[in-house]
Design a binder for this molecule. Structure first.
Ligand code: EPU
Length: 417
């Protein structure tokens, strides 16, 4: 089991190039490649553990996967696919559920292991099911597998109860090959949805309105494989900004745009961080202890839940008291117990946390329960007296390209054990 040691050090400085968004965008674009027969070259797609699982899922289905150096790969989706995502892989990464829509659309059938809840919440799939059923799919859960068949999907008007990212993606990738027009109301508006729709349209789909709450899809008969390049990972960028908030200093981030970060930038500026757009990305400066602000997570363009754990780690050493409300997942505060072990003054009540900033945390051995929780604990370690050891770091490697090395490039004292 991997661990990471963190010590407080000098203020951060230097330039870091933000990695391609392999986890939250790349995995979805790979799943979308299933919709067409042909070869797809994906660039700016560095290896993270979740991407590797998605590649294993695709390989198990009969897709040819070829690595082209460290940041690119080629998929070959010609020929018959085995429309099945086995339990051993789905249990390692729940985004494997994203193959459900494409498989139903292309193969007319799918057998995908049912993912369970995880360390941040129940993570139900009811909206995926209801939407696909409205398009004519027949779905059942038998012996732990979702079994689906769809002999001719048709367009439908679907209203989501909540703007779920995963449900919007699955419905979108099913609707592109359905007969007629599908409208998804209350659709998720995350940048990853817009990027997915852009790829689908380049493949020949007719998707309108992605990035807004109403997405309209005119189904087409067939799609063609095209090459694609991933955008910079906005969560990774936000992680460096919160690290800067704790350690102080001045850093340049390349390969990211301010508009991808939206509310995070608004909040960090309100706290006293200076953030400006540059020609290649952004520059951020933090010269003093930041002031606490309240944060409530919401679907995009609200404050993303994925930034919340790192923001709580920052607020734990800010000046003042903040109330943090988690409105997206039902169990995303378990890392707070670990922060308390480091001396953080945080009280939780249901989905709310009251974070009273303390001048300094104290380093301690702690455990990462999920990808962002682990990143948050490392960031807390940058502002803690002595040494912090974050155990179970493999969770963090699911979504980050060697975060310890990237933070060390900025001058932080972080190393793998
Ligand atoms: N939900 C339902 N029913 C559904 C679908 C979702 O009740 O059918 C609920 C979920 O339980 C959750 C909420 O709706 O409470 C939002 O879930 P959503 O479907 O939007 O999340 P997701 O697609 O499962 C993706 C990211 C998450 C990110 C969320 C929200 C990937 C692989 N995962 O998950 O990323 O937090 O969207 O933006 O893209 C992370 O990177 O750390 C991470 C967890």
């Amino acid at each position: 089991m991997s661990s990471v040691r963190v010590r407080p050090g000098d203020p951060l400085q230097g330039t870091v190039r933000v990695s391609g968004a392999s986890k939250n965008s790349g995995c979805k674009q790979l799943a979308a490649a299933l919709l067409a027969e042909g070869t797809t070259t994906v660039t700016n797609v560095p290896s993270v553990a979740d991407l590797e699982v998605m590649l294993d899922v695709l390989t198990a289905m009969g897709v040819g996967v070829e690595r082209l150096g460290s940041d690119a790969l080629r998929l070959d989706t010609t020929g018959e696919l085995t429309p099945e995502a086995p339990y051993e892989l789905v249990t390692r990464m729940r985004a494997s559920i994203n193959v459900l829509g494409p498989l139903l659309a292309r193969c007319g059938e799918a057998r995908v292991a049912m993912p369970g809840g995880d360390n941040i919440g129940q993570r139900k799939l009811d909206m995926h099911f209801r939407g696909l059923e409205a398009m004519g799919a027949k779905l059942s859960v038998t012996h732990g597998y979702i079994e689906g068949s769809a002999h001719g999907l048709h367009g439908a008007r679907i209203v989501l109860e909540f703007p779920s990212v995963g449900a919007t993606e699955n419905l979108l990738t099913a609707a592109v090959l359905a007969d007629g027009v599908t409208t998804i109301e209350n659709a998720a508006r995350e940048p990853e949805i817009r990027d997915l729709a852009t790829l689908l349209n380049r493949m020949g789909a007719r998707v309108h309105g992605a990035g807004t709450s109403t997405i309209e899809v005119e189904g087409v008969r067939a799609l063609a494989s095209v090459d694609t390049e991933l955008c910079g990972d906005r969560i990774e960028a936000g992680t460096y900004l919160t690290a800067l908030g704790v350690a102080g200093g001045e850093i340049d981030l390349e390969g990211i745009r301010l508009d991808q970060l939206e509310m995070v930038v608004v909040k960090l500026r309100e706290m006293g961080m200076r953030i400006d757009a540059t020609d290649h990305g952004l520059r951020a400066r933090c010269e003093r202890r930041l002031a606490s602000v309240d944060v409530a997570t919401l679907p995009f363009p609200g404050f993303a839940t994925d930034f919340m754990p790192m923001t709580v780690a920052l607020l734990a050493v800010c000046d003042g008291t903040a109330i943090v409300s988690e409105n997206v997942f039902d169990n995303r505060f378990s890392f707070i117990g670990e922060l308390r072990r480091m001396g953080a003054d945080i009280r939780t009540e249901d989905r709310h946390a009251v974070v009273r900033g303390v001048p300094r945390l104290s380093g301690a051995p702690v455990r990462a329960f999920d990808v962002r929780a682990g990143a948050a604990l490392a960031i807390a370690g940058l502002g803690a007296e002595g040494e912090t050891v974050v155990h179970d770091w493999h969770h963090v490697d699911r979504g980050y390209v060697d975060l310890p090395a990237r933070l060390a490039d900025l001058g932080a004292w972080v190393e793998r054990v």
